[in-house]
Design a protein around this ligand. Structure first.
Ligand code: GAR
Length: 201
């Protein structure tokens, strides 16, 4: 399965996915392209170092639908079948989502449906929750709302700042994203309504 990864920044989840594909931990797949909307995204260099094609497609004052159409065209030209959002900080247009039905996944640093959106580690601390974590989910037309593939839990400590909590969640994100993509690629993950159900062998 050809995978396309969309990023806006650091790219640590991209590195985790690319290395898991290269080592065979995610079997039967290839990272065909990494696309960033930000020319300065550090993840671009990390992908290029791994021999992966990289593209910058900036929004540049265009409407979201026009920007997304260019990205969809780049993905389609390369035969991408699965789109992984890895720190891509834009909401996709309905047209983009419909171009890859149940074939776009995202990683989010909270236990959805708690704390969708931005600055979610600070939101979790401010709310006083004792556990947070990360969620890998399919992308639908609503923000951080599609069927959940898997979640991992992280304890929130009394002295956590948004940064310390974010870095402990990030440690869980990499393994969670690898396992979620492995499940999608395996063909044994079925979506029934809101539920994504995985049948292991
Ligand atoms: C990750 O923590 C990811 O969960 C988050 O951005 C970070 C990207 O890190 N994504 C979102 O907040 C999406 N709304 P990375 O660039 O090192 O993978």
């Amino acid at each position: 399965m050809k995978i396309g990864i969309l990023i806006s920044g650091r790219g640590s989840n991209t590195v985790a996915l690319a290395d898991a594909v290269a080592s065979g931990e995610i079997p039967g797949s290839e990272v065909a392209v990494v696309i960033s909307d930000q020319p300065s995204a550090a993840g671009l260099e990390k992908a290029a170092e791994r021999g992966i094609e990289t593209l910058v497609i900036e929004k540049a004052g265009r409407k979201r639908a026009d920007h997304d159409a260019e990205i969809v065209a780049a993905l389609t030209e390369r035969g991408v079948e699965l789109v992984c959002l890895a720190g891509y900080m834009r909401l996709l247009s309905p047209e983009f989502v419909r171009s890859f039905p149940n074939r776009i996944v995202n990683i989010h640093p909270s236990l959805l449906p708690s704390f969708p959106g931005l600055n979610v580690q600070q939101q979790a601390i401010d709310h006083g929750v004792k556990f947070s974590g990360c969620t890998v989910h399919f992308v639908n037309e609503d923000l951080d709302a599609g069927p959940i593939i898997l979640q991992r839990v992280v304890e929130v400590k009394d002295d956590d700042t948004a940064d310390t909590l974010a870095s402990r969640i990030l440690e869980e994100e990499h393994g969670a994203y690898i396992e979620a993509v492995r499940r999608v690629v395996s063909g044994r993950l079925l979506v029934e309504g809101r539920r994504a159900i995985y049948s292991s062998e």
